[in-house]
Design a protein around this ligand. Sequence first.
Ligand code: C5P
Length: 396
Amino acid sequence: MELQGKRIVLGVTGGIAAYKAAELVRLLGKQGADVQVAMTEGATHFVTATTFQALSGKPVYLDQWDARMPNAMAHIDLSRQADLILVAPASADFMARIANGLADDLLATMVLARTCPLMLAPAMNRQMWENSATQRNVATLAEDGVALIGPACGEQACGEVGAGRMLEPEEILEEVITFFAPKVLSGKKVLITAGPTFEAIDPVRGITNLSSGRMGYALARAAQHTGADVTLVSGPVALPVPAGVCRVPVRSALEMHEAVMQAAGQADVFIAVAAVADYRVANAADHKLKKDHGGVPAIELVENPDILADVASLPAAPFCVGFAAESQNLEAYAQAKRQKKKVPLIAGNLIQDGFGGDDNRITLFDDQGAHPLVPAPKYVLARQLIEHIAKLTGNR
Ligand code: C5P
């Protein structure tokens, strides 16, 4: 529920990408946004108002003379109630009209009458996008403070390849979430480790930890949404790279250690979420071990470096945050870990509460004591942890 209570007017204009706006309504709604759809006449040639009505659960507004508005001022009423007007797809014609302040249909009138921010996701043929008239309009709109997201490059409905394709609904959703997130980490460099590490025994076998990587990836997204420049050093997981985040893929604890130590010098905040293997195999084999070759193999282990403790002991250490996943005595173990590794903040959770799932229950431990957070989806907790970090580092 990343957009809980946000009122968004989704404007849909005439273009083939209008079919993707249907999915966008669903994604925005799933995150708790209250979505009101307004369509231009052109848009209705691609998708019907019924589709949007069914998905948003509300009547769709089509023209400024709509008799359902008691005072015949739909444009004022609708845009005054909104926290954001998002137009996706925004056609070349629509951008030209609003760049020039025209109010010749309901959506353009709402845009002109708005008191809230405006975000456009352009979608058009690449030649139309490159045309100097469109580029002039884009420059005017940017100067007017309109947020333009995309367009992306790629294959277009017309068969051509180039810039002009609307961002995918998931990408637009990320932009909207970013738009609403308070920028408490603005300009900060945040380094995060996530996922498990894998310590090879031979080329096909290894020792690893159970870790989905979800909490670390949620933190990377949350940090990115709140204005940080994020580097995510990730062990092997099956998760997509969050938009705008720089991911450094690693496998073993030693690789993770090296990647982190390289980036730690520039970081303002370091969050160690990875489930790093405590030991690696000292006698890893170069070739696959065979079962019928002289009995049970002996695996010799050596200790891995403690990445978090090493970063925390750097002379100009970033603000360090650790995680403690315990199966019992959470507070005592978490506080002991905080002192031992010399980190100001530890997020603790009981393994039985959050492993592999979307939700988690965590408690933050700092100099002031324990701060239990209400159980919630990992992204929601990640945002709260970011808020706490911002408070402790003086950004809030
Ligand atoms: O000591 P323990 O593994 O319980 O500590 C957990 C915290 O320390 C986590 O934040 C984890 O990412 C970090 N850690 C690390 N390097 C290790 C072991 C743990 O960064 N070798």
